[in-house]
Design a protein around this ligand. Structure first.
Ligand SMILES: Cc1cc2nc3c(=O)[nH]c(=O)nc-3n(C[C@H](O)[C@H](O)[C@H](O)COP(=O)(O)OP(=O)(O)OC[C@H]3O[C@@H](n4cnc5c(N)ncnc54)[C@H](O)[C@@H]3O)c2cc1C
Length: 412
C-alpha cells in the first residue's frame, strides 16, 4: 500500500525541485505536489547572468531535472500556478484559481525577489532587474542592441552582468555605493581585486556613488547620480540585492524575520511546515546563530535535510555557507563567513589572479576564497571547522599543502 499522505512543496526553483526528488530518494511513495508560479519546469539561476545570458548555452542546460523526470517519479508538477494562502490549522492551501490543496507536510521554497530602487524613473522602460528566465531573455535581447549599459550595484549579480555585457561588446559603467565591488562580502582589500579585474576589462567603475534618478522620454537615456554626475546610457540593470518571499508564511502566522525562521531541521515555527533555500533563515549549529544564505549551494543541499525532516527522520543542516562566481576568465569559490573586520591573508599570486584569500579572526580561519585555484574547498572547510590557531607563514605558503595544516583526524 502506498503511503496515503500528501506532501506539498511551494516554489519550483532549485530548492523545491530537489526537495521533491529528495522525498522520493528517502522512499516516500505517497503523493507529492510541486507548485511553481513560473510557467517553466524548475531551473537553476546561475547561468542566467553567465553563459545563458551571453547566448552560449541552451535553455535546457539550466533545467534542474531532465524532461520526463517529474512524470517518471510521479511528482505532480503544477507550473504557472501560484499559491495565494496557507491555512496551517486546516493543513491546506489555496491556489490562484481558488482550488484548495490539502497537505500532510508542507515545504516553503519560495525564494527571493530583486529589490527595487525607490528613485524617480525606476519604472522607465529599459530599467531592468534579473531573477528569472524571462528576465534573462529580455536582458539578452536588449543587450544585443545596447551601446552603453549602466549596472547599479556591484554585488554578485551586478558584477556578473557587467562581465557578460562586456563580453557581448557593450560599454559598461558600474555605479556602486561602496568603495569597491563586493565590499560587504569580501572587504576592501579583496573587493579591490574585483575592481581591478573589471577595470582591466574596460568597465568604468564609479564607486561611492548612487543613482538619484533615471531619466528619459519613452525609455531610460541617462542615470543621474547624487554627486551631480550623469551617465548617458540605453539600458540599466539594477542589482542591489534580494528580499526573501515570506508573504505567504507571514500571512499564515509562521514566524518570519529576514526570511522564514527554521530550526536546524528546517522546520518552521509551525509543526509540519518546513522551509528551504533563499527564503529560509536557519538556526545554524556551527555558528550558534541564524543564517540566511542566498546561494545556489544552500538551495541544492538544504533539501537533503528538509526531505528527511518532512518524513520524521533525523537530519540537521550544518553545512558551511558556500558560493561560487564566474566573471570573465576568473572563477572563484568562497566558503565560510567573514566580516569586514577580519584580517585577510593571501596565499598565491594576486597579480596572476591565482590565489586563496583567507579571513582570520583571533588567528583562526573563518572563511576562504579560492580564485582560479581548484579542489581546495574541502581543506578550506576543514580549517574553518577545526577552529584552531593557524601558522600564518605556512598558511600563506603555496608550497605547504593545505591538508598539512589540518588537525589529524580523530582516531575512530
Ligand atoms: C542571475 C542569478 C545568478 C546567480 N548566480 C549564482 C552563482 O553564480 N552562485 C551562487 O552560489 N548562487 C547564484 N545565484 C543564487 C541562486 O540562484 C539562488 O540562491 C537559488 O536560485 C535559490 O533557489 P530557491 O529554490 O531557494 O529560490 P528561487 O530560485 O527563487 O525559486 C523560488 C521559486 O518559487 C516560486 N514562488 C514564489 N512564491 C510562490 C507562490 N506563492 N506560489 C508558487 N510559486 C512561488 C518563484 O516563482 C520561484 O520560481 C544566482 C541567482 C541569480 C538570480
Amino acid at each position: 500500500m502506498p503511503d496515503p499522505q500528501t506532501h506539498v512543496i511551494v516554489g519550483g526553483g532549485l530548492a523545491g525541485a530537489k526537495a521533491a526528488e529528495g522525498l522520493r530518494n528517502e522512499g516516500f511513495d505517497g503523493r507529492i505536489v510541486l507548485i511553481a508560479e513560473e510557467g517553466e519546469a524548475p531551473y537553476e539561476r546561475p547561468p542566467l547572468s553567465k553563459d545563458y545570458l551571453r547566448g552560449e548555452s541552451p535553455r535546457e542546460k539550466a533545467r534542474v531535472h531532465p524532461d520526463g523526470f517529474y512524470a517518471d517519479h510521479d511528482i505532480d508538477l503544477r507550473t504557472g500556478t501560484a499559491v495565494t494562502s496557507i491555512d496551517p490549522a486546516g493543513a491546506q492551501l489555496r491556489l490562484a484559481g481558488g482550488e484548495q490543496v490539502r497537505y500532510d507536510r508542507l515545504l516553503l521554497a519560495t525564494g527571493a525577489r530583486p529589490r527595487r530602487l525607490a528613485v524617480p524613473g525606476a519604472d522607465l522602460d529599459g530599467v531592468l532587474t534579473l531573477r528569472d528566465l524571462a528576465d534573462a531573455d529580455a536582458l539578452r535581447a536588449r543587450l544585443a542592441s545596447t551601446a552603453r549599459l549602466v549596472v547599479v550595484g556591484a554585488g554578485w549579480i551586478g558584477a556578473e552582468v557587467a562581465a557578460s555585457a562586456r563580453q557581448m561588446g557593450c560599454e559598461v559603467t558600474i555605479v556602486e555605493r561602496a568603495e569597491v565591488p563586493l565590499q560587504h562580502v569580501l572587504g576592501r582589500e579583496i573587493g579591490e581585486l574585483y575592481a581591478e579585474i573589471h577595470r582591466d576589462h574596460g568597465v568604468e567603475l564609479l564607486s561611492g556613488a548612487g543613482p538619484k534618478a533615471f531619466v528619459g522620454e519613452a525609455r531610460v537615456e541617462r542615470v543621474e547620480l547624487h554627486d551631480g554626475r550623469a551617465i548617458d546610457c540605453d539600458l540599466v540593470v539594477v542589482g542591489i540585492g534580494v528580499t526573501p518571499r515570506t508573504e505567504l508564511a507571514e500571512a499564515a502566522g509562521i514566524a518570519v524575520d529576514n526570511g522564514i525562521l527554521v530550526d536546524e531541521h528546517l522546520q518552521t515555527s509551525v509543526p509540519g511546515v518546513f522551509a528551504a533555500g533563499d527564503v529560509a533563515n536557519v538556526s545554524h549549529p556551527f555558528y550558534g546563530s541564524r543564517l540566511r544564505v542566498e546561494h545556489w549551494a544552500s538551495a541544492l543541499h538544504q533539501p537533503e535535510v528538509a526531505a528527511p525532516s518532512m518524513l520524521d527522520k533525523p537530519a540537521v543542516w550544518d553545512r558551511l555557507p558556500y558560493f561560487f562566481s564566474d566573471q570573465y576568465d576568473v572563477g572563484m569559490e568562497y566558503a565560510g563567513l567573514a566580516s569586514g573586520e577580519d584580517e585577510v591573508l593571501v596565499r598565491g599570486d594576486r597579480d596572476a589572479r591565482e590565489l586563496i584569500a583567507f579571513w582570520l579572526r583571533d588567528d583562526r580561519v573563518v572563511a576562504g576564497m579560492n580564485v582560479n585555484v581548484w579542489d581546495v574547498s574541502e581543506d578550506i572547510e576543514g580549517l574553518i571547522r577545526a577552529g584552531l590557531p593557524v601558522d600564518r607563514a605556512r598558511l600563506a605558503d603555496p608550497a605547504v599543502p593545505l591538508a598539512d595544516l589540518l588537525p589529524p583526524p580523530n582516531p575512530a
